[in-house]
Design a protein around this ligand. Structure first.
Ligand code: FAD
Length: 516
């Protein structure tokens, strides 16, 4: 237990000036909390996945990047302390935990946002804290300037620093690239406690290292994000398929369309061919629209069906043109006629769609139970085989939550970033977002984790071109394999350059702390 750290002064003089507030964003000056009864210690000892636990020595609530820098310097001055940036703790496998180290509650950073115009091309951007939630960024940009970032995650209760440390993908990634491809500048505090401003032009090696870098090279305290005008409305469409080959061919054709013919959003998921309310037909229909007419599913269809989900942005004054445009865009697709579902929603409601799921899951208790999720990137050339072996076989009864499967393009990611990807130009995100019922109503968590390992083994043993997204490994050999020979050499070199003593992000279990 540490009584009180004032990272500005590198000393431990007084009790905390502000008590921990795990539900809020912290107030007052930088504080540290660390008694055993402190609710912040309990909060920072676990994550959304709920299967990993590690108790930190203390939780620091920085207000400024100088507070972050002093905390890191304090840790590097010891032989053993580590520092973990905790965004919103929505990792699955302990990535935001720190066993016996210091956890920085990034939500307590000053949350001021600012609109900026780039001098060279007049592009509008927003400067935000690394601890800002994407839902806060959306609200501020739309309310004040009717603008919005171009690339999102499905769920917006994640911090900017948390998703930029991984990738940040959703149905806009095929068109605009992932969130990491839409940052123009960052303020980063490296493992020596120095604060830098980096961009593709200034300190570019640090800039690209941090993007998708799992928090290994520096803590993102501010980020400058590209904006576009926010549309008023989104036409949100779902169409169902019985054949995976047709589903994937259509999805790939859609992500390859030229900009003027492209949807603004392309995603999709596999679902069970049954009336199961969570895994089956009802997961396709919209609340206010017609029900799924299972009579339209061709006789002899397999255990799993597929739903392509697309969207078009428009402003209300163009609504007369949108019907015709959407009709033309859908016409060549091979979905099952009669199984199309359409709804118009406001842009903010569309981007906030998972908030409703969160509310329901909190009410039912399933938000707080363990979430043994698995995320993979799988090459287009292997996805049909994956469907046959995994969706139609191992997961044919569903997983108690969404099974996302949709394509994106490698050329929208910059190779200089740390993120590791399959070699294929088109690859799919497969996200198994499990919300299992607690045992004995649902499976034991160990069984679900074993099934995840079985799926990864299946990808390995069949020689797929694939990567884990949001990976968790325990051994250096596995990490080296994840990055590949050149990627691993570059990753290790960057670590030596920016965090020599491996003070940062120990929860990723990539490097061990080196004593001074
Ligand atoms: P944390 O879990 O707090 O931290 C994750 C890692 O990033 C840790 O190693 C941490 O040390 C590091 N980190 C955090 N902040 C910083 C910072 N400022 N600087 C440097 N390192 C930092 N991902 C997608 O791509 N698309 C989705 O649609 C999507 N949906 C999700 C929905 C839910 C309900 C959940 C739980 C997760 C989802 N994710 C999605 C995964 C999510 O993007 C990652 O788990 C992300 O890391 C979570 O952000 P966080 O702020 O909670 O980060």
């Amino acid at each position: 237990m540490i009584a009180y750290l004032d990272p500005q002064q590198n000393q431990t003089p007084n009790p905390p000036s502000v008590a921990g507030d795990p539900t809020g964003t912290g107030t007052g000056t930088c504080t540290c909390t660390g008694t055993e009864a402190d609710p912040w210690i309990a909060t920072a000892s676990s994550d959304f996945g709920g299967t990993f636990h590690a108790v930190p020595a203390a939780v620091i609530h920085p207000k400024t990047s100088a507070d972050v820098a002093s905390t890191i310097r304090l840790a590097t001055g010891t032989h053993h302390l580590t520092v973990t940036a905790r965004g919103n703790g929505h990792s699955i496998s302990g990535q935001s935990l720190s066993d016996g180290g210091l956890v920085l509650n990034m939500r307590s950073l000053d949350q001021k946002m600012e609109l900026v115009t780039l001098p060279d091309d007049g592009q509008y951007c927003v400067d935000v804290s690394g601890g800002a939630l994407w839902e806060e960024v959306l609200e501020w940009c739309v309310k004040n300037y009717n603008m919005a970032p171009v690339s999102w995650t499905d769920y917006l209760g994640l911090t900017v620093g948390g998703t930029l440390s991984n990738g940040g993908v959703s149905g806009q990634a095929f068109r605009h690239g992932p969130q990491v491809a839409n940052v123009v500048q960052m303020e980063v505090v490296t493992g020596d406690g120095e604060c830098h401003v980096c961009s593709p032009v200034d300190l570019s090696e640090l800039f690209y290292a941090v993007l998708g870098g799992f928090g290994q090279f520096g803590i993102i305290t501010r980020a400058r994000l590209r904006l576009q005008p926010a549309p008023s409305t989104v036409r949100w469409i779902r169409v169902a398929y019985d054949k995976f080959e047709e589903y994937s061919a259509d999805a790939e054709q859609l992500v390859n369309r030229t900009r003027s013919e492209a949807f603004d959003y392309v995603e999709g998921f596999a679902f069970v061919n049954s009336s199961d309310p969570v895994n089956g037909w009802p997961s396709v229909e919209f609340r206010s629209g017609p029900s799924f007419d299972s009579g339209k599913v061709p006789v002899g269809s397999g255990p799993v069906l597929y739903c392509l989900e697309v969207a078009v942005h428009f402003n209300n004054q163009q609504s007369d043109k949108v019907d015709e445009r959407v009709h033309e865009m859908l016409r060549p697709l091979k979905y099952i006629r009669g199984l199309e579902f359409t709804i118009d929603v406001s842009y903010v409601d569309f981007l906030s769609r998972v908030k409703h799921v969160e509310k329901e899951a909190r009410a039912s208790g399933s938000w707080a139970t363990p979430h043994p999720w698995l995320n993979l990137f799988i090459a287009s050339s292997d996805i049909v085989d994956f469907d046959r072996r995994v969706f139609k076989n191992i997961l044919k009864d569903g997983i108690g939550g969404p099974m996302l499967v949709y394509p994106m393009l490698r050329n929208k990611w910059d190779e200089k970033m740390s993120a590791a990807l399959p070699k294929s130009e088109i690859f799919y995100l497969v996200a198994l977002l499990r919300f299992p019922q607690p045992y004995p109503n649902g499976p034991r968590i160990e069984e679900v984790l074993a099934q995840n390992r079985h799926i990864i083994d299946c990808c390995r043993s069949n020689g797929y071109d694939f990567k884990l997204y949001l990976p968790h490994y325990e051994s250096e050999t596995d990490w080296a394999e994840h990055f590949g020979d050149d990627g691993w050499l570059r990753f290790v070199k960057r670590k030596k350059q920016y965090d020599r003593t491996a003070v940062l992000a120990p929860g990723q279990k990539i490097f061990s702390r080196v004593s001074n």
